[in-house]
Design a protein around this ligand. Sequence first.
Ligand SMILES: CC(=O)N[C@H]1[C@@H](O[C@@H]2[C@H](O)[C@H](O)[C@@H](O)[C@H](O)[C@H]2O)O[C@H](CO)[C@@H](O)[C@@H]1O
Ligand code: ZN
Length: 302
Amino acid sequence: MTLSDRRLLLVHAHPDDETIMSGATMAKYVAEGAQVTLITCTLGEMGEILVPELEHLAADRDDALGAHRKTELDAAMALLGVTDHRILGGEGRYRDSGMKWDDDGNATAADEIHENAFWHADLLEAANHLVPIIREERPQVLVTYDEFGNYGHPDHIQAHRVAHYAADLAAAPSYRRDLGEAWDVPKIYWTAMSKSALRQGIKEIREAGDLQFMEGMDPDNLPPFAIDDDDLDAAVDGSPWVDAKMDAMRAHATQIAVDGPFFALSNDVAQRAWGTEFYRLVKGTPAPADGSAFEDDLFAGL
Ligand SMILES: CC(=O)N[C@H]1[C@@H](O[C@@H]2[C@H](O)[C@H](O)[C@@H](O)[C@H](O)[C@H]2O)O[C@H](CO)[C@@H](O)[C@@H]1O
Ligand SMILES: [Zn+2]
């Protein structure tokens, strides 16, 4: 397979997730000539807003944050070189479901959820928006979240379910022939935050001193999205594109604040942004790089 034959499909929940979890990966593969397609399931209408002069856009005021975050997504993708990015079912089809934090520090469903929220989506209907894209683009690699949505956000969990359901349906030759010729995605990965990288980031945050954010997480009590290295399968070194990733994070200005190599969401918890991004292989045959426990390329072995 030549570099330009490679086709990567990513399914994310809100504008900004793609950059946080896979920004350098996307920039790397675009730069190497691969076709990169991003599907974002909602417009992030329920997000908090870090930019004071944009607070009027909030859901409980003008309810215009979704349209604004689409412009942030457009800007971020331009900075990463991603030209094919689509909203699942079209803009406004599935609304950001909102969230709240539970007592264990996990995101969970909000008490009140809009009737058009992605969390209430019919899985088959939502998957049928993705099946023709999979059959049309015929990606060798699909990236989405784990079964917990990485940290429990209902839209992330739903994106995981829709992505896997659609991949299964797209592979069935007799399923909905009107949605295109069947395509069985050879490799599927879940995005992952490396526990060791998170710990190294906290060390650097503490050494950096007076950041504009709170100090980072507790290295001895990391959140559930920190994955043991033994459970990681791929480490994609996107270091040459980390500056583009940081610029793309800045483009998501209502959601992400950036200070040097560090960033924070509206919870003000500092995190180190890395050029190397980690993944768990959940379908396909692992092909670790020579002498490494990790694949260094999501298309390895194909
Ligand atoms: C990264 C991500 O998935 N962001 C979501 C998330 O935003 C978080 C939420 O507002 C939470 O209350 C804050 O403490 C946290 O800092 C935010 O990252 O949920 C939003 C609402 O569903 C969503 O719009 C945003 O993209
Ligand atoms: Zn999200």
